[in-house]
Design a protein around this ligand. Structure first.
Ligand code: SF4
Length: 346
């Protein structure tokens, strides 16, 4: 995930400002409350140790007074890969376009593309300049830079083309045609982080867009990667949210994944039994996660209870590999003396 959704800031967030804010506002007293999300479930199933690092070991690591391991894990947790960056930039550009559309503004596809390409270059630049050292949550830290993975000019051009292809597919999609004819009051959400309760647990969801049309609700989810079975589970969880929060009847709910690289749209038809199965799936996932906690009430956990995966293929692209495999050293970072930007901070 992109650190701090950098695209919220049309211009780079000034390092001095982030230091000022961090100095005034400590988040160290936040409670680490247990919650569930489709992405949390995927991480739990892929590698328990990664899940522990991401949701427990890194907790509080944003605080300069936290212990060194928590600070390191928090920094690594914020790392993103180039394909993830591409996906985030595309989502950001689409949500901006839809927010403008909702306000009745004309959408110019070339302007959306320009915005996305500039944003992509901005994230690449801030990562190349290691600006994440000022604020791991505000600035992008690319896996490819951090671990000195090959990322050539050709790779960069391919990523830029990926953004173009995705946005062209978005504007050519039936979903966009549907959204163009929606009235402002039809919009239920555009990429809002929101939650509902199931199994006594807060369930987080971010629906790319949902609109109400008469009695129906349409939910569209954009995908910049390959099709996965998990995408259908995610839509089914969105269906749980929509039926419980918006009171829409299941037959009136239309769910669609839109794969922007292949320009394909997949609808998901759910029966009441499918919805029950999804409730069971979420409840069982919550139970499995809670079963590994030291104290489920306090939501505390110990690293040793969360084993490293034996599927080491996953480790090759894992941001935490420097901790699990200390020989996987990150790329050499500039020293303060070599880095005039950092010197200007002090
Ligand atoms: S490096 Fe491998 S074992 Fe360690 S957290 Fe990542 S995926 Fe899990």
């Amino acid at each position: 995930m992109i650190s701090g959704k950098g695209a919220l800031y049309p211009f780079p967030f000034h390092p001095c400002l982030s230091v000022f804010i961090c100095g005034c506002f400590s988040m160290s007293n936040f409670q680490n409350e247990f919650s569930w999300s489709p992405s949390r479930h995927r991480m739990f199933e892929s590698c328990k140790r990664q899940y522990y690092f991401n949701y427990y070991g890194s907790w509080g690591g944003w605080d300069k007074d936290a212990d060194a391991q928590a600070q390191l894990l928090y920094r690594l947790k914020k790392i993103t890969t180039v394909p993830q960056l591409v996906g985030s930039v595309v989502h950001d550009a689409i949500s901006n376009a839809l927010n403008a559309l909702k306000l009745g503004r004309d959408i110019l596809p070339f302007a959306v593309e320009t915005y996305a390409q500039n944003l992509f270059r901005q994230h690449l630049q801030e990562s190349a300049e290691h600006l994440w050292r000022y604020s791991a949550s505000q600035y992008t830290n690319l896996f490819e830079h951090y671990y000195n993975e090959p990322f050539t000019e050709t790779d960069q051009n391919n990523s830029a083309n990926h953004i173009s292809t995705s946005l062209n597919a978005f504007f050519a999609s039936n979903a966009y045609a549907t959204l163009q004819s929606a009235r402002p009051e039809d919009y239920l959400t555009i990429e809002d982080l929101t939650d509902f309760t199931l199994a006594n647990t807060k369930i987080w969801v971010v629906l790319d867009v949902a609109i109400r049309r008469d009695e129906s609700v349409h939910i569209f989810d954009w995908k910049t990667g390959r099709e996965r079975q998990a995408d259908r589970h995610q839509l089914a969880v969105y269906a749980l949210y929509a039926t419980s929060q918006w009171g829409v009847a299941l037959p009136d709910l239309q769910l669609q994944d839109i794969y922007l690289q292949t320009n394909t749209e997949h609808s998901l038809d759910l029966s009441p039994d499918d919805l029950d199965q999804t409730r069971i799936f979420v409840t069982e996932s919550v139970q499995k996660m809670r079963a590994l906690l030291d104290d489920p009430e306090q939501n505390t956990a110990s690293q040793d209870t969360f084993p490293m995966t034996t599927n080491t293929h996953l480790c090759t692209t894992c941001p935490f590999k420097a901790v699990c495999y200390p020989d996987e050293r990150p790329a050499k970072q500039p020293t303060p003396e070599q880095d005039p930007v950092q010197l200007s901070l002090f």
